[in-house]
Design a protein around this ligand. Structure first.
Ligand code: KIV
Length: 273
C-alpha cells in the first residue's frame, strides 16, 4: 500500500484532510490481498460472515474462534491495511472484563489492528472505555445494530426521530476513546449531522454520502447473492452469474467426457520426459 502501514492515526489524518476512507469486509486471504492491492484502507472481518458466507438469517451465531481464524487469514493477505476484527454477539455484552478478554484474543491470536463492537448505550460505552484502557483501538457502531435483531424485530432504517440519541451516543463513544464510528442504515441528513458533530471519522453503510468513509460487505458488492438487493447497495460485479456459468460448464464437461483434456493428464507410466 502506498505510504506503508495504515494505522488509526492515518484515519484521523485522512479525515482532517477531507480524504474519503475506503472500507470493505473480507473473510479470506485472497480477497484481503486483492483489497489491499486495490487501495482499500480499512478491512473489517465482520460478523456479517455469518450471513454473507454461511447463509444464516442473522449474525447472532458468529463465534470468536471462527472470526479469529478468518482475521488471521485476512491479516496475512493485507498486512498494510487497517484490519479490524468484529466482536461477535456474546463476546462483550456480559461485562467489561469479558469484553477486554475477547478483544485481547483478537489482538494476540489474530494480530488485528483494532476491534469493533456494536452499540451506544451505557453498557456499550463502558465496554469501549475498558477495551481502549487495555491499549486496544476500538471502532464503534451505531444506528442499525444487527446483533440487536431479537429486540428490534427487523432491519430498519434509523430515522430522524433518533437523531438526538445518536448524537449523544456519538459523543459518549468518542469520550470513551473510540477511534472511528460505523453508521449503519441511517437517513442521510442524520448521518451528515453526526459526521459534522463527531471529532472521529464516520464510516457509513446505508448512511448516505456525507460520512467520512464508506463500507460494504464484499460478497454483496461482488453480487454473489442474487437475491440480496437493498437500496443502499451498489453491485460492482455479478459473480453469481459468472460462478453459475463456470460451474455449469464444469458439470457439462465432466458429463460429456471433455474434462480432463489432453493438457490436464499425467502420462508416461512414471518415466521422466
Ligand atoms: O459485520 C459487518 O460486516 C459490519 C459492517 C456491515 C459494518 O458490521
Amino acid at each position: 500500500m502506498a505510504g506503508g502501514k495504515l494505522t488509526v492515526k492515518t484515519l484521523a489524518a485522512m479525515r482532517k484532510r477531507g480524504e474519503k476512507i475506503v472500507a470493505l469486509t473480507a473473510y479470506d486471504y485472497h480477497t484481503a490481498r486483492m483489497e489491499q492491492q486495490a487501495g482499500v484502507h480499512v478491512i473489517l472481518v465482520g460478523d456479517s460472515f455469518q450471513m454473507a458466507v454461511l447463509g444464516e438469517d442473522t449474525t447472532l451465531g458468529a463465534s470468536v474462534d471462527v472470526l479469529i481464524a478468518h482475521c488471521r487469514a485476512v491479516k496475512k493477505g493485507a498486512p498494510d491495511a487497517l484490519v479490524v476484527g468484529d466482536m461477535p454477539f456474546g463476546s462483550y455484552q456480559p461485562s467489561d472484563e469479558t469484553a477486554v478478554a475477547s478483544a485481547v484474543r483478537f489482538i494476540a491470536e489474530a494480530g488485528v489492528d483494532a476491534v469493533k463492537l456494536e452499540g451506544g448505550n451505557n453498557a456499550a460505552v463502558s465496554r469501549v472505555r475498558a477495551i481502549v484502557s487495555a491499549g486496544i483501538p476500538v471502532m464503534g457502531h451505531i444506528g442499525l445494530l444487527p446483533q440487536s435483531i431479537r429486540s428490534e424485530g427487523s432491519y430498519r432504517v434509523v430515522r430522524s426521530d433518533s437523531e438526538e440519541m445518536l448524537l449523544r451516543q456519538t459523543k459518549d463513544l468518542e469520550d470513551a476513546g473510540a477511534f472511528s464510528l460505523v453508521l449503519e442504515m441511517i437517513e442521510e441528513e442524520v448521518a451528515d449531522a453526526i459526521s459534522r458533530a463527531s471529532s472521529i471519522p464516520t464510516i457509513g453503510i446505508g448512511a448516505g454520502r456525507y460520512t467520512h468513509g464508506q463500507i460494504l460487505v464484499v460478497n454483496d458488492m461482488l453480487g454473489i447473492n442474487r437475491a440480496f438487493n437493498p437500496k443502499f447497495l451498489r453491485k460492482y460485479a455479478d459473480l453469481n452469474s459468472v460462478m453459475e456459468e463456470a460451474i455449469g460448464s464444469y458439470v457439462s464437461d465432466v458429463a460429456g467426457g471433455t474434462f480432463p483434456g489432453e493438457e490436464n493428464v499425467f502420462k508416461g507410466r512414471g518415466k521422466a520426459r
